[in-house]
Design a protein around this ligand. Structure first.
Ligand code: HEM
Length: 406
């Protein structure tokens, strides 16, 4: 049985060019078993079809290990500080009907029409951030734009005051490299501070702005019931976390792909109506979220030609599915005209990303505003080599050094 010794999926080298490793994985079949730090041995669905099938088959695979007879997560949560343990109460950790109840409370806030109405606000934020770069020649766009835009947007949506942005950045700053247990432990105090902050602001009179989603969720009712305080904090933390990093890496990774492939950039400049297909191709090619959260077999089952036992853990390797030649022509090629582009970057099935419209809107606005405001932008080739963070399941550029003027 092949294991992680043959597949290094953590190193900056893998993140710089994941395609050869992902192709080798798929050559071994629809599923491979890898040994991961902290999590241990896990199966991954690595072809397009197996990955989509796993995520859609919630009758065979549960998100909550408790529904597959496993007590391990519950035991681990019992050891963790309560502040961290409550984070497992969010919709992504639950199966239906709990999942449906929690998602139903926020679905409307993320619908197409609502996100459409947010576009002027997102554009204004992008322009305010880019105003600060005017007159500069060399900047790191990750530090000075790509991290801030999604943070400001999700804070505006949740009604979290602008003066607190820098505190969040400090608290979550240690979540950069999380590929080993020591790095995760170092990140815990910052996460605890964020959770405490969210608990405080979400209480009546705690500081959340009245027209934001935090207050709306506190008052929302399904079947006559409101969220418990722990559920509310867990929900806001999920939206706050899921809404930031992922989009940051889509914008930085997408810009890097565009700036390093001048032919593609020239096409986008001469034909701005290509923006929607360009954003989809950035999602596929960058695959900022490389893998899903694990699923657990609810019964013994022969699946994709292998025997799985009740409680066995499987995850979808989205980045591998997104470059499966059985689904995508020339999958290693970055082609902003690619259409159709049925990538799995937002997952699929009941846990399909809630924020997909928001992420698409932010990326399109970010690309459009940067290219309009800085028509001569190019990669700063004098700067150090591109560095990718040592992350599990997240494809994250550490910096994006650019020259803004020729
Ligand atoms: C480029 C940006 C993004 C990517 C690539 C992405 C990717 C994903 C993926 C792959 C999943 C499914 C995980 C699984 O099945 O285990 C997911 C779920 C989720 N995402 Fe996103 N996401 C992005 C942006 C956002 C944004 C902006 C938000 C909103 C604030 C958001 C909120 C969520 C939530 C709440 C879930 C859980 C949905 C559920 O359990 O029903 N995401 N996302």
């Amino acid at each position: 049985m092949l294991e992680s010794r043959s597949f290094d999926i953590l190193s900056p080298e893998f993140h710089a060019n994941p395609f050869p490793t992902l192709d080798r994985m798929r050559a071994d079949g629809a599923t491979v078993r890898l040994k991961l730090p902290i999590i241990g041995r896990t199966w991954f669905a690595v072809t397009y079809d197996s990955c989509a099938a796993l995520l859609k088959d919630d009758a065979t695979f549960a998100r909550d290990p408790g529904n597959a007879g496993s007590r391990t997560q519950a035991r681990i949560l019992g050891f963790l500080p309560r502040t961290i343990g409550l984070l497992a109460l969010n919709m992504l950790g639950h199966d239906d009907p709990e999942h449906r109840r929690l998602r139903g409370l926020v679905d409307q806030a993320f619908q197409r029409r609502t996100i459409q109405a947010m576009k002027p606000m997102i554009t204004e934020i992008a322009d305010r951030l880019l105003d600060k770069l005017t007159g500069r020649t060399q900047v790191d766009l990750v530090a000075e734009f790509c991290r801030d835009l999604p943070l400001w947007v999700i804070c505006a949506m949740l009604g979290l005051p602008e003066q607190d942005h820098d505190r969040f950045k400090n608290w979550l700053g240690r979540l950069k490299d999380t590929a080993d247990i020591a790095a995760v432990i170092r990140a815990i105090p910052g996460v605890i501070r964020v959770v405490r902050y969210l608990r405080r602001v979400s209480r009546p009179g705690g500081g959340a702005l009245p027209d934001g989603l935090t207050v709306a969720l506190r008052d929302a009712k399904t079947d006559g019931q409101t969220l418990s305080e722990d559920e509310l904090v867990s929900m806001i933390f999920l939206l706050f976390g899921a809404g930031q990093e992922t989009t940051t890496h889509l914008i930085s990774g997408g810009l890097y792909a565009l700036l390093s492939q001048e032919g593609q950039l020239a096409q986008l400049r001469s034909n701005p109506s290509l923006m929607p297909t360009c954003v989809e191709e950035c999602l596929r090619y960058v695959s900022p979220v490389q893998m899903t959260k694990p699923r657990f077999a609810v019964r013994d089952v022969v699946w994709q030609g292998r025997q799985f036992r009740r409680g066995d853990m499987l995850a979808g390797f989205l980045a591998a599915a997104n470059c499966d030649p059985a689904k995508f022509e020339n999958p290693h090629v970055f082609d902003i005209r690619r259409h159709p582009n049925p990538h799995l970057s937002f997952g699929t099935g009941v846990h399909f990303c809630l924020g997909f419209q928001l992420a698409r809107a932010e990326a399109a606005i970010a690309f459009e505003r940067i290219l309009t405001r800085f028509p001569d932008i190019c990669l700063n080739r004098d700067a150090q080599k591109m560095v990718w963070r040592k992350r599990l399941g997240i494809r994250a550029l550490a910096q994006l050094p650019v020259k803004l003027v020729a």
